[in-house]
Design a protein around this ligand. Sequence first.
Ligand SMILES: [Zn+2]
Length: 244
Amino acid sequence: MEPTGVSTPIGTDRLILRGVATTMKLKAWCPRNALSKMWRTTLKQAQVILQLPDWLRALNEQQTDPFEDVPARMDFVIDLARKNIERGTGGPFGAAIFASDTGELLAPGVNLVEPAHCSIAHAEMVAIALAQQTLGVFDLSANGRTCELVTSTEPCAMCLGAVPWSGVHRVVCGARGEDACAIGFDEGAKPTDWIGALGERGIEVTRDVRRDQARTVLQQYHTSGGLIYNAERIDTHRSDAASE
Ligand SMILES: [Zn+2]
């Protein structure tokens, strides 16, 4: 049976990941007085909320028509990336999950790393998770459905890792990873033939769709002084010296 809410483009616009079970397990094996203040504080905050920006929630309510072709779907996610930087709600990346056959928008996503204080809140991850919440499944290929991830920039190492588990059958990319690296983002260690690796799992990759337009958004972010939010690298040489 199809879960309710699937007929609307977005059935949910935020994710809440609660840590109640984790809290209970910790309390079961760890005496209360042995919990450090840090742990108690962490347990009180044992949930994560990722919520789409208000402008995107409003936009989604207006967006009911399907997207007929791949360029139209890419235009939509590039516009999400552009709006995300213009509204100051995150990094220069947009993504969405579409039903491949009908072009129905199942879930949009934008980069929320900085506002959500969450390094995993990349546009692709947000879109995948929201689509799964909307459909009530952890596998977007469940029930014979074919879905595609359309992303304004090629997936980084983290998002690439998430693709096979998501159940999408196709990934459509705008800008290349090197375009993101050119403005300072760290895309992580990806296999050289990552497209071939996905292909072996039956996942098709289409690159360079509206690449120039997607790259322009990245450059717009860079020239406007947008935060490049890479984690600080660990200086292994300095650590070695300190231990000597
Ligand atoms: Zn990513």
